[in-house]
Design a protein around this ligand. Sequence first.
Ligand code: NAD
Length: 509
Amino acid sequence: MATVGVQHHKMFIGGQHQDADESYEIRNPANEELVATVAKGTVEHADAAVAAAKKAFENGSWATLGPDERREVMLRISEGLSEKVEELIEAEITANGATVRQAGGFHIGLAAPHFAYFAELAGKFQAEVGIPTAPYPTLSSNVLRREPIGVCAGILPWNFPLVLTLWKIGPALAAGNSIVIKADEKTPLSTLMFADIAKEAGLPDGVLNIITGDGPEVGARLSSHPDVGKIAFTGSTAVGREIMKAASQTVKKVSLELGGKGAAVITEDVDIKTVADAAIMGCCLYSGQMCESITRLIVPESIHDELVAQIVKRIGTLKMGDPFDFDTDVGPVVSKRQHDRVLSYLKIAEEEGAVAACGGKAPEGPEFEKGFWIEPTVFTNVTNDMRIAREEVFGPVLVVIKYSGDVDEAVAIANDSIYGLSGAVWSNDYEVCLDVAQKLQAGTVWINDVHMVTPELPFGGYKQSGLGRELGPDALNEYTEVKHIHIDLSQKLENRAYDLVLSAGPDED
Ligand code: NAD
């Protein structure tokens, strides 16, 4: 692979690269080396980006194109993503610590096909969505229209920076909007590279704007900006609440993809080896920094010890280290802040009485002196009222909670959470699986699987895991307004205010 080198990256506003007075240092979480510097945007940059997006929307360079024309440009963007896959993988790994297999398979590997899905939705977009018939006689005609909102904004986290950004840019563009993206401070490289890919593919200037900047200033400005009609946020539940508050000032549309504390209900009849591997995949993929990770395992007492022993044995075979090595299974966590946060939860868990069956600390050895490493950790002796079972850790940490064997008790434990993003049931009895899947309060439930997210199906959370859905055939609904146009055909408007029955037609005079 080519070396990215220490380059300086600028923001992208109104089709132009734009620098700022200050910059961020992007450091590789595996070795803390400087990877790049990036312009540090301000509130003024946010305002300029919104103005550029508004101008582009109003000049109609994108909003007035037909579905086929928008589809074509978006497909070219998807092709551009495929062509730049190696550079994007390298940028992603060096900024957010994903292993090369994870970056290739998920972080970057999903970008082009997911964007192509939105391109196809653009092609099918119908501004006029039907002429409803009234359930009573009427002399009127009615049209329903879906219209773009105008200027949308997206605020993104660091964990899947490119793909999660495309989940916002894709539907926004497919419906004819302009958009401003605020990338995360630590991982903006792949998103900034995307801006160039989109420009080369022919996206008109100002339709897409990428800015950086601190959340509480620049992100907050977008959330409250009077010219932003919709804000789409992915990040922590705490910040999601702030964004909702800020957006309420101008009553803008809000969609939120927030935190999770996914639980898997296990039944007594499972194959222990398979479930052990599924549990490890559920909590260790990308070092546990996935919002829909399975971090609570609800296990019947009868198989608890055997399952824990198998998980510990299999976790011992995972290779932690250099993310660029194809044999590496577990990379670092993204930053010192995240490292300290996970370590603090490991301490809290032990203080609460949980027992680390494996891990429970940062690994030792010369290869881990630099960078932000956490050993995959499994806690037993956990009850669902402990903080380690209730709060999102966002590290490779699994808690095992026992239940008596009554599956309804396991479901109650799983649902006893403020979160509801993901859940799973692992059982050999499909009737039990379907019953549990219906009872789990989560936006996505996997039966005998984990982590599967596909662009054709909606993704989002129950309860405090979010608001609205991304992906799926209805993804554009979040980025459009619905308008009802009523056309009077009765020509009896003078009486309408006194006798609504008159609208039934001429025979009822
Ligand atoms: P975060 O909430 O700290 O930051 C996310 C973004 O919000 C960043 O760009 C940040 O600059 C910005 N921000 C911070 N304060 C802000 C404010 N007051 N106003 C506006 N913007 C502000 O989250 P994070 O630590 O970067 O990401 C991890 C979190 O994201 C986890 O909780 C994880 O579960 C969640 N997440 C959810 C999903 C999902 O689809 N549900 C996907 C990925 C990550």
